[in-house]
Design a protein around this ligand. Structure first.
Ligand SMILES: *[C@@H]1O[C@H](CO)[C@@H](O)[C@H](O)[C@H]1NC(C)=O
Ligand SMILES: *[C@@H]1O[C@H](CO)[C@@H](O)[C@H](O)[C@H]1NC(C)=O
Ligand SMILES: *[C@@H]1O[C@H](CO)[C@@H](O)[C@H](O)[C@H]1NC(C)=O
Ligand SMILES: *[C@@H]1O[C@H](CO)[C@@H](O)[C@H](O)[C@H]1NC(C)=O
Ligand SMILES: *[C@@H]1O[C@H](CO)[C@@H](O)[C@H](O)[C@H]1NC(C)=O
Length: 401
Protein backbone atom coordinates (compact mmCIF):
# COMPACT_ATOMS: atom_id res chain seq x y z
CA UNK A 1 0.00 0.00 0.00
CA UNK A 2 2.88 2.36 0.71
CA UNK A 3 4.36 1.47 -2.71
CA UNK A 4 1.21 2.77 -4.28
CA UNK A 5 1.49 6.06 -2.43
CA UNK A 6 5.13 6.57 -3.32
CA UNK A 7 4.75 5.91 -7.01
CA UNK A 8 1.41 7.54 -7.50
CA UNK A 9 2.85 11.01 -8.02
CA UNK A 10 3.92 10.58 -11.67
CA UNK A 11 2.63 7.24 -12.92
CA UNK A 12 1.83 6.43 -16.50
CA UNK A 13 -1.59 4.88 -17.07
CA UNK A 14 -0.14 1.37 -17.48
CA UNK A 15 1.91 1.56 -14.29
CA UNK A 16 -1.13 2.75 -12.47
CA UNK A 17 -3.29 -0.15 -13.66
CA UNK A 18 -0.53 -2.64 -12.82
CA UNK A 19 -0.26 -1.18 -9.38
CA UNK A 20 -4.02 -1.31 -8.88
CA UNK A 21 -4.07 -4.92 -10.07
CA UNK A 22 -1.26 -5.82 -7.68
CA UNK A 23 -3.02 -4.02 -4.89
CA UNK A 24 -6.23 -5.95 -5.50
CA UNK A 25 -4.28 -9.21 -5.66
CA UNK A 26 -2.56 -8.37 -2.39
CA UNK A 27 -5.90 -7.62 -0.78
CA UNK A 28 -7.27 -10.95 -2.02
CA UNK A 29 -4.28 -12.85 -0.63
CA UNK A 30 -4.61 -10.93 2.63
CA UNK A 31 -8.27 -11.90 2.74
CA UNK A 32 -7.52 -15.58 2.13
CA UNK A 33 -4.81 -15.80 4.76
CA UNK A 34 -6.02 -13.52 7.46
CA UNK A 35 -9.70 -12.84 7.26
CA UNK A 36 -10.99 -16.38 6.76
CA UNK A 37 -13.47 -17.01 9.57
CA UNK A 38 -11.63 -18.67 12.45
CA UNK A 39 -13.89 -21.73 12.53
CA UNK A 40 -12.30 -22.82 9.25
CA UNK A 41 -8.84 -22.55 10.70
CA UNK A 42 -9.26 -24.24 14.05
CA UNK A 43 -12.03 -25.47 16.23
CA UNK A 44 -14.10 -22.87 18.01
CA UNK A 45 -13.37 -22.31 21.61
CA UNK A 46 -15.82 -21.51 24.33
CA UNK A 47 -14.72 -18.24 25.85
CA UNK A 48 -15.85 -19.31 29.25
CA UNK A 49 -14.07 -22.65 29.40
CA UNK A 50 -11.35 -21.26 31.57
CA UNK A 51 -9.52 -22.60 34.57
CA UNK A 52 -12.00 -23.24 37.30
CA UNK A 53 -11.55 -22.92 41.00
CA UNK A 54 -9.84 -26.19 41.82
CA UNK A 55 -10.97 -28.70 44.35
CA UNK A 56 -14.11 -28.76 46.43
CA UNK A 57 -16.17 -25.60 46.61
CA UNK A 58 -15.39 -24.99 50.26
CA UNK A 59 -11.67 -25.27 49.75
CA UNK A 60 -10.51 -22.83 47.14
CA UNK A 61 -7.73 -21.32 49.20
CA UNK A 62 -4.78 -20.97 46.87
CA UNK A 63 -6.80 -20.33 43.75
CA UNK A 64 -8.22 -17.08 45.03
CA UNK A 65 -5.22 -16.26 47.11
CA UNK A 66 -3.46 -14.02 44.66
CA UNK A 67 -6.47 -11.91 43.90
CA UNK A 68 -7.40 -11.75 47.55
CA UNK A 69 -3.88 -10.72 48.40
CA UNK A 70 -3.91 -8.08 45.76
CA UNK A 71 -7.35 -6.71 46.28
CA UNK A 72 -7.70 -6.91 50.02
CA UNK A 73 -4.05 -6.74 51.00
CA UNK A 74 -4.21 -9.77 53.22
CA UNK A 75 -1.39 -12.13 54.02
CA UNK A 76 -1.43 -15.28 52.03
CA UNK A 77 -0.53 -18.38 53.96
CA UNK A 78 -1.72 -20.89 51.40
CA UNK A 79 0.65 -22.81 49.21
CA UNK A 80 0.53 -21.05 45.86
CA UNK A 81 1.54 -24.00 43.76
CA UNK A 82 -1.90 -25.15 42.74
CA UNK A 83 -1.70 -23.56 39.29
CA UNK A 84 1.42 -25.37 38.25
CA UNK A 85 0.18 -28.93 38.05
CA UNK A 86 -2.92 -27.53 36.40
CA UNK A 87 -0.81 -26.08 33.63
CA UNK A 88 1.65 -28.86 33.02
CA UNK A 89 0.12 -32.22 33.79
CA UNK A 90 -3.14 -32.53 31.92
CA UNK A 91 -2.67 -33.76 28.39
CA UNK A 92 -3.95 -31.41 25.73
CA UNK A 93 -6.22 -32.57 22.95
CA UNK A 94 -4.55 -33.72 19.72
CA UNK A 95 -4.26 -30.83 17.29
CA UNK A 96 -6.40 -30.75 14.18
CA UNK A 97 -4.70 -30.47 10.79
CA UNK A 98 -5.49 -26.77 10.60
CA UNK A 99 -3.97 -26.17 14.02
CA UNK A 100 -0.81 -28.02 13.07
CA UNK A 101 -0.35 -25.88 9.99
CA UNK A 102 -0.63 -22.59 11.77
CA UNK A 103 2.39 -21.58 13.84
CA UNK A 104 1.85 -20.66 17.46
CA UNK A 105 0.72 -17.15 18.25
CA UNK A 106 3.31 -15.57 20.52
CA UNK A 107 2.12 -13.25 23.28
CA UNK A 108 4.85 -11.37 25.10
CA UNK A 109 4.05 -10.29 28.65
CA UNK A 110 6.15 -7.14 28.77
CA UNK A 111 5.90 -6.62 32.51
CA UNK A 112 4.54 -8.68 35.40
CA UNK A 113 1.40 -7.20 36.92
CA UNK A 114 2.32 -5.46 40.20
CA UNK A 115 5.78 -6.93 39.70
CA UNK A 116 4.47 -10.40 40.58
CA UNK A 117 4.93 -13.22 38.12
CA UNK A 118 2.16 -15.65 37.29
CA UNK A 119 2.87 -19.10 35.90
CA UNK A 120 3.17 -19.11 32.12
CA UNK A 121 1.95 -22.48 31.03
CA UNK A 122 0.54 -23.57 27.73
CA UNK A 123 -2.99 -22.19 27.51
CA UNK A 124 -4.28 -25.47 26.12
CA UNK A 125 -4.54 -27.31 29.43
CA UNK A 126 -5.41 -24.33 31.58
CA UNK A 127 -8.13 -22.79 29.44
CA UNK A 128 -8.70 -25.03 26.45
CA UNK A 129 -7.12 -22.45 24.15
CA UNK A 130 -4.76 -23.83 21.55
CA UNK A 131 -1.93 -22.45 19.48
CA UNK A 132 -0.76 -19.87 21.98
CA UNK A 133 2.70 -19.40 23.35
CA UNK A 134 3.02 -17.05 26.32
CA UNK A 135 6.42 -15.66 27.12
CA UNK A 136 8.14 -13.01 29.22
CA UNK A 137 11.32 -13.23 27.12
CA UNK A 138 11.80 -9.75 25.70
CA UNK A 139 14.27 -11.04 23.12
CA UNK A 140 11.21 -12.46 21.33
CA UNK A 141 9.84 -8.95 20.82
CA UNK A 142 10.30 -8.98 17.04
CA UNK A 143 8.55 -12.35 16.67
CA UNK A 144 5.70 -11.61 19.08
CA UNK A 145 2.24 -11.25 17.55
CA UNK A 146 1.06 -9.39 20.60
CA UNK A 147 2.63 -7.55 23.51
CA UNK A 148 0.66 -7.19 26.71
CA UNK A 149 1.13 -4.21 29.04
CA UNK A 150 -0.24 -3.95 32.56
CA UNK A 151 -1.55 -0.45 33.10
CA UNK A 152 -0.41 -0.03 36.69
CA UNK A 153 3.14 -0.91 35.74
CA UNK A 154 3.56 1.44 32.80
CA UNK A 155 5.61 4.32 34.14
CA UNK A 156 4.33 7.86 33.69
CA UNK A 157 7.07 8.76 31.21
CA UNK A 158 6.69 5.45 29.30
CA UNK A 159 10.40 4.83 29.90
CA UNK A 160 9.72 1.14 30.55
CA UNK A 161 7.92 0.60 27.24
CA UNK A 162 9.69 -1.08 24.31
CA UNK A 163 12.10 1.18 22.43
CA UNK A 164 12.46 -1.07 19.40
CA UNK A 165 10.59 -0.29 16.20
CA UNK A 166 7.23 -2.00 16.30
CA UNK A 167 6.71 -4.87 13.83
CA UNK A 168 3.95 -3.86 11.40
CA UNK A 169 1.49 -6.61 12.32
CA UNK A 170 2.22 -6.71 16.05
CA UNK A 171 -0.64 -5.77 18.37
CA UNK A 172 -0.16 -3.95 21.66
CA UNK A 173 -2.67 -4.76 24.36
CA UNK A 174 -3.57 -2.46 27.22
CA UNK A 175 -4.56 -4.52 30.26
CA UNK A 176 -6.15 -3.20 33.45
CA UNK A 177 -8.37 -4.91 36.03
CA UNK A 178 -8.47 -1.97 38.41
CA UNK A 179 -11.41 0.40 38.32
CA UNK A 180 -10.89 3.96 37.02
CA UNK A 181 -10.97 5.18 40.64
CA UNK A 182 -8.14 2.83 41.52
CA UNK A 183 -5.87 3.61 38.61
CA UNK A 184 -4.54 6.84 37.18
CA UNK A 185 -4.96 7.91 33.61
CA UNK A 186 -1.92 8.85 31.56
CA UNK A 187 -2.26 11.20 28.58
CA UNK A 188 0.70 9.55 26.92
CA UNK A 189 -1.22 6.31 26.48
CA UNK A 190 -2.98 7.79 23.49
CA UNK A 191 -2.29 6.22 20.06
CA UNK A 192 -0.21 3.38 21.44
CA UNK A 193 -2.47 0.37 21.67
CA UNK A 194 -4.48 -1.84 19.37
CA UNK A 195 -6.63 -3.69 21.89
CA UNK A 196 -7.96 -3.30 25.40
CA UNK A 197 -8.54 -5.95 28.03
CA UNK A 198 -10.28 -5.32 31.34
CA UNK A 199 -13.28 -6.40 33.44
CA UNK A 200 -15.45 -4.09 31.34
CA UNK A 201 -17.72 -5.78 28.85
CA UNK A 202 -16.98 -3.13 26.27
CA UNK A 203 -13.27 -4.01 26.22
CA UNK A 204 -11.97 -5.73 23.11
CA UNK A 205 -11.09 -8.72 25.30
CA UNK A 206 -13.35 -8.59 28.35
CA UNK A 207 -12.34 -10.78 31.28
CA UNK A 208 -14.65 -10.50 34.27
CA UNK A 209 -13.40 -11.35 37.75
CA UNK A 210 -15.70 -14.33 37.73
CA UNK A 211 -18.69 -15.92 36.07
CA UNK A 212 -21.22 -18.68 36.61
CA UNK A 213 -20.61 -21.76 34.58
CA UNK A 214 -22.81 -24.80 34.18
CA UNK A 215 -22.54 -27.22 37.09
CA UNK A 216 -21.56 -30.82 36.52
CA UNK A 217 -23.98 -33.50 37.74
CA UNK A 218 -21.82 -33.97 40.82
CA UNK A 219 -21.70 -30.23 41.53
CA UNK A 220 -25.47 -29.97 41.31
CA UNK A 221 -25.75 -32.10 44.43
CA UNK A 222 -25.21 -29.16 46.70
CA UNK A 223 -25.52 -28.58 50.42
CA UNK A 224 -25.32 -25.09 51.88
CA UNK A 225 -22.33 -25.04 54.28
CA UNK A 226 -22.95 -24.89 58.03
CA UNK A 227 -23.47 -21.36 59.31
CA UNK A 228 -22.87 -19.94 62.76
CA UNK A 229 -22.81 -16.22 61.95
CA UNK A 230 -25.34 -13.99 60.29
CA UNK A 231 -23.29 -11.39 58.49
CA UNK A 232 -19.57 -10.75 58.00
CA UNK A 233 -17.27 -8.25 56.41
CA UNK A 234 -13.53 -8.31 55.83
CA UNK A 235 -12.04 -4.99 54.86
CA UNK A 236 -8.49 -3.72 54.80
CA UNK A 237 -8.75 -0.64 52.65
CA UNK A 238 -11.08 1.29 54.97
CA UNK A 239 -11.79 4.83 53.95
CA UNK A 240 -14.51 6.66 55.90
CA UNK A 241 -15.42 8.55 52.72
CA UNK A 242 -16.23 5.46 50.74
CA UNK A 243 -19.93 4.83 50.32
CA UNK A 244 -19.45 1.35 51.74
CA UNK A 245 -17.99 2.68 55.01
CA UNK A 246 -20.92 5.01 55.54
CA UNK A 247 -23.40 2.27 54.77
CA UNK A 248 -21.63 -0.12 57.11
CA UNK A 249 -21.65 2.41 59.97
CA UNK A 250 -25.38 2.89 59.56
CA UNK A 251 -26.12 -0.83 59.12
CA UNK A 252 -24.16 -1.81 62.22
CA UNK A 253 -26.50 0.32 64.36
CA UNK A 254 -29.22 -2.24 63.68
CA UNK A 255 -27.40 -5.53 63.30
CA UNK A 256 -24.13 -7.07 64.48
CA UNK A 257 -21.64 -7.43 61.65
CA UNK A 258 -18.71 -9.74 62.26
CA UNK A 259 -15.87 -7.55 60.99
CA UNK A 260 -12.25 -8.42 60.29
CA UNK A 261 -9.29 -6.83 58.60
CA UNK A 262 -6.51 -4.39 59.27
CA UNK A 263 -8.75 -1.43 59.99
CA UNK A 264 -10.50 -3.30 62.79
CA UNK A 265 -7.22 -4.63 64.16
CA UNK A 266 -8.33 -8.12 63.27
CA UNK A 267 -6.02 -9.18 60.47
CA UNK A 268 -6.95 -12.43 58.88
CA UNK A 269 -5.03 -14.80 56.64
CA UNK A 270 -6.38 -16.25 53.46
CA UNK A 271 -7.56 -19.61 54.82
CA UNK A 272 -9.26 -17.95 57.78
CA UNK A 273 -10.82 -15.44 55.42
CA UNK A 274 -12.42 -18.18 53.38
CA UNK A 275 -13.47 -20.17 56.44
CA UNK A 276 -14.99 -17.09 58.02
CA UNK A 277 -16.87 -16.23 54.82
CA UNK A 278 -18.19 -19.81 54.61
CA UNK A 279 -19.53 -19.70 58.16
CA UNK A 280 -21.60 -16.56 57.54
CA UNK A 281 -25.06 -16.51 56.01
CA UNK A 282 -24.37 -13.19 54.34
CA UNK A 283 -21.23 -11.36 53.32
CA UNK A 284 -20.87 -7.64 52.61
CA UNK A 285 -19.55 -7.65 49.05
CA UNK A 286 -18.96 -3.93 49.08
CA UNK A 287 -16.82 -2.68 46.19
CA UNK A 288 -14.43 0.14 46.98
CA UNK A 289 -15.60 2.19 44.01
CA UNK A 290 -18.73 2.16 41.92
CA UNK A 291 -18.28 1.55 38.21
CA UNK A 292 -20.22 -0.24 35.51
CA UNK A 293 -19.28 -3.95 35.36
CA UNK A 294 -16.91 -3.55 38.30
CA UNK A 295 -17.72 -6.66 40.33
CA UNK A 296 -14.71 -8.27 41.83
CA UNK A 297 -13.80 -11.41 43.73
CA UNK A 298 -15.69 -9.80 46.63
CA UNK A 299 -18.77 -10.98 44.73
CA UNK A 300 -17.57 -14.22 43.17
CA UNK A 301 -15.80 -15.65 46.25
CA UNK A 302 -18.94 -15.73 48.43
CA UNK A 303 -20.92 -17.21 45.55
CA UNK A 304 -18.27 -19.92 45.12
CA UNK A 305 -18.12 -20.69 48.79
CA UNK A 306 -21.85 -20.79 49.54
CA UNK A 307 -22.53 -17.42 51.13
CA UNK A 308 -25.04 -14.82 49.98
CA UNK A 309 -23.42 -11.56 48.87
CA UNK A 310 -24.96 -8.26 49.94
CA UNK A 311 -23.63 -5.88 47.33
CA UNK A 312 -22.67 -2.26 46.97
CA UNK A 313 -21.50 -1.56 43.46
CA UNK A 314 -23.17 -0.71 40.18
CA UNK A 315 -26.94 -1.04 39.74
CA UNK A 316 -28.86 -4.26 40.34
CA UNK A 317 -29.58 -4.29 36.63
CA UNK A 318 -25.85 -4.38 35.92
CA UNK A 319 -25.31 -7.21 38.42
CA UNK A 320 -28.08 -9.19 36.80
CA UNK A 321 -26.11 -9.16 33.58
CA UNK A 322 -23.59 -11.39 35.39
CA UNK A 323 -25.53 -13.37 38.00
CA UNK A 324 -29.17 -14.39 38.59
CA UNK A 325 -31.41 -11.95 40.42
CA UNK A 326 -32.04 -14.29 43.36
CA UNK A 327 -28.34 -14.94 44.03
CA UNK A 328 -27.66 -11.70 45.85
CA UNK A 329 -29.07 -8.80 47.84
CA UNK A 330 -28.47 -5.29 46.58
CA UNK A 331 -28.46 -2.55 49.20
CA UNK A 332 -30.66 -0.52 46.84
CA UNK A 333 -33.37 -3.18 47.29
CA UNK A 334 -34.11 -1.48 50.61
CA UNK A 335 -34.95 2.13 51.35
CA UNK A 336 -32.44 2.27 54.21
CA UNK A 337 -29.85 0.17 56.10
CA UNK A 338 -32.43 -0.38 58.83
CA UNK A 339 -34.80 -2.16 56.44
CA UNK A 340 -31.92 -4.27 55.16
CA UNK A 341 -31.05 -5.20 58.75
CA UNK A 342 -34.68 -6.20 59.38
CA UNK A 343 -34.67 -8.35 56.27
CA UNK A 344 -31.43 -10.09 57.24
CA UNK A 345 -32.83 -10.84 60.71
CA UNK A 346 -35.91 -12.33 59.12
CA UNK A 347 -33.73 -14.51 56.88
CA UNK A 348 -31.89 -15.66 60.00
CA UNK A 349 -35.19 -16.97 61.38
CA UNK A 350 -36.40 -18.63 58.23
CA UNK A 351 -34.24 -21.33 56.61
CA UNK A 352 -36.77 -21.92 53.87
CA UNK A 353 -36.53 -18.32 52.66
CA UNK A 354 -32.75 -18.30 53.06
CA UNK A 355 -32.40 -21.41 50.91
CA UNK A 356 -34.07 -19.60 48.02
CA UNK A 357 -30.91 -17.54 47.55
CA UNK A 358 -29.27 -20.75 46.36
CA UNK A 359 -31.70 -21.92 43.70
CA UNK A 360 -29.21 -20.86 40.97
CA UNK A 361 -26.73 -23.27 42.51
CA UNK A 362 -28.77 -26.22 41.17
CA UNK A 363 -27.55 -25.29 37.70
CA UNK A 364 -24.42 -23.18 38.00
CA UNK A 365 -21.18 -22.81 39.92
CA UNK A 366 -19.19 -19.64 40.46
CA UNK A 367 -15.76 -19.53 38.86
CA UNK A 368 -13.01 -16.99 39.26
CA UNK A 369 -10.53 -15.81 36.66
CA UNK A 370 -6.97 -16.86 37.30
CA UNK A 371 -5.28 -13.47 37.47
CA UNK A 372 -2.81 -13.04 34.65
CA UNK A 373 -2.94 -16.45 33.07
CA UNK A 374 -6.60 -16.28 32.04
CA UNK A 375 -6.09 -12.78 30.72
CA UNK A 376 -3.00 -13.69 28.72
CA UNK A 377 -4.64 -16.79 27.25
CA UNK A 378 -7.78 -14.95 26.18
CA UNK A 379 -5.78 -12.09 24.72
CA UNK A 380 -3.62 -14.52 22.79
CA UNK A 381 -6.67 -16.38 21.55
CA UNK A 382 -8.22 -13.11 20.42
CA UNK A 383 -5.21 -11.94 18.42
CA UNK A 384 -4.90 -15.38 16.88
CA UNK A 385 -8.47 -15.16 15.59
CA UNK A 386 -8.54 -11.48 14.66
CA UNK A 387 -5.61 -10.56 12.51
CA UNK A 388 -6.94 -7.40 10.98
CA UNK A 389 -5.56 -3.93 11.50
CA UNK A 390 -7.02 -2.37 14.62
CA UNK A 391 -6.36 0.70 16.69
CA UNK A 392 -7.68 0.98 20.24
CA UNK A 393 -10.17 3.70 21.09
CA UNK A 394 -8.84 6.65 23.05
CA UNK A 395 -8.25 4.88 26.34
CA UNK A 396 -8.27 8.00 28.49
CA UNK A 397 -11.68 9.21 27.40
CA UNK A 398 -13.11 5.70 27.29
CA UNK A 399 -11.88 4.48 30.68
CA UNK A 400 -11.66 7.70 32.66
CA UNK A 401 -14.00 9.89 30.63
C1 LIG B 1 -8.09 -27.98 51.71
O1 LIG B 1 -7.58 -29.07 50.98
C2 LIG B 1 -6.30 -29.49 51.37
C3 LIG B 1 -5.88 -30.63 50.44
O2 LIG B 1 -6.41 -30.50 49.18
C4 LIG B 1 -6.34 -29.94 52.81
O3 LIG B 1 -5.05 -30.30 53.23
C5 LIG B 1 -6.84 -28.80 53.70
O4 LIG B 1 -6.96 -29.22 55.02
C6 LIG B 1 -8.19 -28.31 53.19
N1 LIG B 1 -8.60 -27.14 53.97
C7 LIG B 1 -9.84 -26.98 54.42
C8 LIG B 1 -10.11 -25.71 55.14
O5 LIG B 1 -10.73 -27.81 54.26
C1 LIG C 1 -0.49 -3.61 52.10
O1 LIG C 1 0.12 -4.00 53.29
C2 LIG C 1 1.50 -3.72 53.34
C3 LIG C 1 2.09 -4.31 54.62
O2 LIG C 1 1.12 -4.59 55.58
C4 LIG C 1 1.70 -2.19 53.27
O3 LIG C 1 3.09 -1.89 53.26
C5 LIG C 1 1.08 -1.69 52.00
O4 LIG C 1 1.17 -0.28 51.93
C6 LIG C 1 -0.37 -2.09 51.92
N1 LIG C 1 -0.91 -1.70 50.61
C7 LIG C 1 -2.12 -1.13 50.48
C8 LIG C 1 -2.54 -0.82 49.09
O5 LIG C 1 -2.86 -0.90 51.43
C1 LIG D 1 3.82 -26.46 48.87
O1 LIG D 1 3.55 -27.47 47.92
C2 LIG D 1 4.69 -28.11 47.43
C3 LIG D 1 4.27 -29.09 46.31
O2 LIG D 1 3.01 -29.63 46.54
C4 LIG D 1 5.40 -28.81 48.59
O3 LIG D 1 6.57 -29.43 48.13
C5 LIG D 1 5.74 -27.79 49.66
O4 LIG D 1 6.31 -28.43 50.78
C6 LIG D 1 4.51 -27.02 50.10
N1 LIG D 1 4.85 -25.98 51.04
C7 LIG D 1 4.14 -25.71 52.10
C8 LIG D 1 4.61 -24.56 52.94
O5 LIG D 1 3.15 -26.35 52.42
C1 LIG E 1 -25.19 -36.00 47.33
O1 LIG E 1 -24.12 -35.82 48.25
C2 LIG E 1 -24.31 -36.49 49.49
C3 LIG E 1 -23.14 -36.16 50.39
O2 LIG E 1 -22.69 -34.88 50.20
C4 LIG E 1 -24.45 -37.97 49.27
O3 LIG E 1 -24.71 -38.63 50.49
C5 LIG E 1 -25.56 -38.24 48.29
O4 LIG E 1 -25.61 -39.62 47.99
C6 LIG E 1 -25.38 -37.46 47.01
N1 LIG E 1 -26.54 -37.65 46.15
C7 LIG E 1 -26.41 -37.92 44.85
C8 LIG E 1 -27.70 -38.06 44.09
O5 LIG E 1 -25.34 -38.05 44.30
C1 LIG F 1 -1.65 -0.77 16.27
O1 LIG F 1 -2.00 0.53 16.69
C2 LIG F 1 -1.06 1.52 16.38
C3 LIG F 1 -1.57 2.86 16.90
O2 LIG F 1 -2.19 2.71 18.12
C4 LIG F 1 -0.82 1.58 14.90
O3 LIG F 1 0.22 2.51 14.61
C5 LIG F 1 -0.41 0.19 14.39
O4 LIG F 1 -0.24 0.22 13.01
C6 LIG F 1 -1.47 -0.82 14.78
N1 LIG F 1 -1.07 -2.16 14.37
C7 LIG F 1 -1.91 -3.11 13.99
C8 LIG F 1 -1.30 -4.39 13.62
O5 LIG F 1 -3.12 -2.97 13.96
Amino acid sequence: MSTYKMTSTTPSKTTRSIIIALFLLACFIFYLFYLTPPEFKYSTINLFKCPAAQGPVNNISTKTCLSVLKMQNLTCTGNITVDKPLMTTSASKPLTTAEKEEPDTILLIWMWPFGVGFGLGPCSSASNIHGCRLTDDRSLFNQAHGVMFHHRDISRDLSNMPKLPRPATQKWIWWNMESPSNSASNPQLKDLFNLTSSYRRDSDIPVPYGWLSEATEKEKNYTIPKKDKLICWVVSNYNPNFRRSQYFTELSKYITVDVHGRHFNKKINNDDYLNLMTSCKFYLSFENSIHKDYMTEKLFNPLAIGTVPVVIGPSRENYEQFIPSEAFIHVDDFPSPKELADHLKLMDQNDELYRQYFTWREHFVSKGASFGLDHACRICDHIRRNKHYKVAKDINSWYWG
